[in-house]
Design a protein around this ligand. Structure first.
Ligand code: HEC
Length: 96
């Protein structure tokens, strides 16, 4: 019985985390596209502190961030400086 509760708790935790990520992603898709492509954001690999500074900078440049914590959590989780830098994407041949 205890195992069942534990599994339920883990599942709930995972669901809650998924929701947090969704909110952050949504905030990025809303707040970060008015000025540039998300490719510019998603190709970065930064620590949480560096992401926070990046958000400050974007706000100074005019970005309107409504759900900062969710966005920061999302960026720090999905694009941390511990992840390898992606290969540069090409757009010159019109395929993207
Ligand atoms: C008001 C316009 C504006 C908005 C909104 C905006 N940015 Fe930017 N961002 C810029 C400009 C200008 C640059 C300079 C580089 C370029 O456009 O090529 C830039 C560049 C960047 C870079 C590349 C590194 C750097 O610092 O130059 C990152 C990462 C970035 N933005 C993240 C974000 C994120 C995350 C958001 C959403 C919260 C966001 N930006 C929203 C204007 C904006």
């Amino acid at each position: 019985m205890r195992t069942v509760w534990l599994a339920a708790a883990v599942a709930l935790g995972a669901a809650a985390q998924g929701q947090d990520t969704a909110a952050g992603k949504q905030e990025m898709q809303r707040g970060c596209v008015p000025c540039h492509s998300l490719r510019l954001v998603e190709s970065q690999r930064l620590s949480a502190a560096a992401w926070s500074k990046e958000l400050d900078k974007m706000e100074r440049w005019g970005a309107i961030i409504k759900n900062r914590q969710a966005l920061l959590d999302y960026l720090a989780q999905e694009y941390p400086d511990t992840k390898p830098v992606p290969k540069p994407e090409r757009s010159g041949d019109g395929s993207k």
